[in-house]
Design a protein around this ligand. Structure first.
Ligand code: SDX
Length: 428
């Protein structure tokens, strides 16, 4: 492949360097385009064809349905690792040694406590507040209790900020759940691992002993691993661009939570369950909803289907779909919507509308069925997605700051009014 691409505009030629990644992906370097061409820019709504950065964290191949964190396949990690170990890998780039993991785990546990004044903020929310809105506000509020900005050049400072947010975010998730459910707020238990701790903080009620169900803990751990990072998705790009202005880590993460909330992104897992329950209420008539999804005049979309990058099965959906059966059987949960989900997938994947557009189930299609079986209400599904995605957001923010990337500031193609004189009132 040649080293440069040639761009021709008005008879003039411009050389654009061709870059190649470690997985042989090819990119045109347009970083000097505007200055070289005296103002020409590219136009790419939704950045469907635009790379915002070079990253060494996650590799996706949408055509082949491949997902790897730091070179390890998602299948390998979901089968053999655990959420906190994968978090270490994603953030620091290597799987931890036994000592490294022990220290990391203890440091995170040591941070799993919030300033008691956080309760005043939570008490200020109405009971009806959506958990994602509370989580975004509370993540930003952490800055109030940890005002000194992270010195990214200091490894120790960065490490302390990382274990702090990993420890505190799980408590925020649990206390948001308690507000949503009207249950007492629980504290972390230093003697439990990360995922068991989350479960006891979510579900323990003070009047009786709570025992973590190992099957449920394993299922939740696997779900969280599958959500840990996904290269430059909407919420991760948000975390990067907010952090590029040198806004703090907690403020950047809070912005990521808000971006994830949207139903086209992380909010889809809640929308999927609501859609499946609607179909169930409607007598299980999946064909009716397939027709609605295909109707260009109907705003209804098949939630949990389609993906900006995957034009093949989302590898995470495959793993979750396979786990759903086992988890529900082991937890003795019978849920008619699992059958509806399978039927919907089967009918859609035989329909040319979906096949021609390469619309397959994504990570959100089956995840809610497992969350529901674990006793998590649908309003909390996207909060669980955020809990899973936290390590990826941290890793991407850290990479962006360590690479000293410039502040994110896209250009535009102006299509508004050209210059015109002010019109006095009597002339309008
Ligand atoms: C996540 O980016 C990531 O990595 C995200 C994520 C992560 O881990 O961070 O993977 C998590 O956000 C998964 C996606 C969850 N969202 C949903 O399940 C919502 C339903 N899906 C769609 O809204 C849509 O598929 C998107 C938003 C996911 C992707 O949209 P694109 O890439 O902008 O595709 P598009 O809207 O241009 O669609 C192309 C065509 C259109 O039809 P035509 O105009 O060609 O006729 O496909 C159609 C769309 O109308 N289409 C759908 C559809 N998704 C796309 N039609 C019906 N149902 C759908 N779900």
């Amino acid at each position: 492949m040649s080293k440069n691409a040639i761009l021709q505009i008005d008879g003039k030629s411009y050389e654009l360097p061709i870059l190649k990644g470690t997985e042989n992906e090819v990119a045109l370097d347009i970083s000097s385009l505007r200055s070289a061409t005296n103002g020409v820019i590219t136009y790419d709504p939704g950045f469907k064809n635009t790379g915002s950065c070079k990253s060494a964290i996650t590799f996706l191949d949408g055509e082949k349905g491949i997902l790897r964190y730091r070179g390890y396949s998602i299948e390998d990690l979901a089968e053999n690792s655990n959420f906190l170990e994968v978090a270490y890998l994603i953030i620091f780039g290597e799987l931890p040694t036994k000592d490294q993991f022990e220290k990391f785990e203890n440091d995170v546990k040591g941070q799993a406590i919030l300033n008691e004044e956080m309760k005043n903020i939570i008490n200020g929310f109405p009971r009806s507040a959506h958990p994602m809105g509370m989580l975004s506000s509370l993540t930003s509020a952490l800055t109030a209790f940890n005002p000194s900005p992270v010195n990214v050049k200091s490894e120790a400072d960065m490490y302390n900020a990382i274990v702090k947010i990993l420890g505190k975010f799980q408590v925020l998730v649990a206390w948001v759940y308690a507000k949503n459910q009207g249950t007492p707020r629980n504290y972390a238990d230093y003697n439990l691992d990360y995922v068991s701790n989350i479960m006891q903080m979510l579900f323990r009620i003070p009047i009786k002993k709570y025992t973590v169900n190992p099957i449920a803990a394993k299922a939740l751990d696997k779900l969280l691993i599958l959500h840990e990072d996904h290269e430059q998705n909407c919420s991760t790009s948000t975390v990067r661009i907010v952090g590029s202005s040198e806004a703090g880590l907690f403020a950047s993460l809070s912005a990521g939570v808000s971006a994830l909330w949207g139903r086209l992104h992380g909010g889809a897992n809640q929308a999927v369950i609501e859609m499946l329950e609607q179909i169930n209420k409607d007598g299980g008539d999946v064909e009716k909803y397939i027709l609605k999804a295909k109707d260009p005049n109907d705003p209804f979309r098949l939630m949990g289907f389609g993906h900006r990058v995957y034009k093949n099965f989302d590898p995470r959906a495959k793993i979750i779909k396979a786990a759903a059966d086992d988890v529900l059987a082991e937890l003795h949960v019978k849920d008619p919507i699992l059958k509806i989900a399978r039927h919907l997938e089967e009918v859609a994947l035989k329909d040319d509308y979906f096949v021609s557009r390469k619309l397959y189930p994504n990570v959100d299609f089956y995840s809610g069925i497992i969350y529901k079986a674990l006793g998590i209400p649908s309003e909390m599904f996207t909060v669980m997605f955020a809990l899973g995605r936290l390590p990826g957001w941290i890793a991407q923010w850290r990479e962006m700051r360590l690479n000293v990337e410039p502040i994110g500031r896209p250009r535009q193609l102006y299509v508004g009014q050209t210059l015109r004189p002010y019109k006095t009132l009597n002339k309008r």
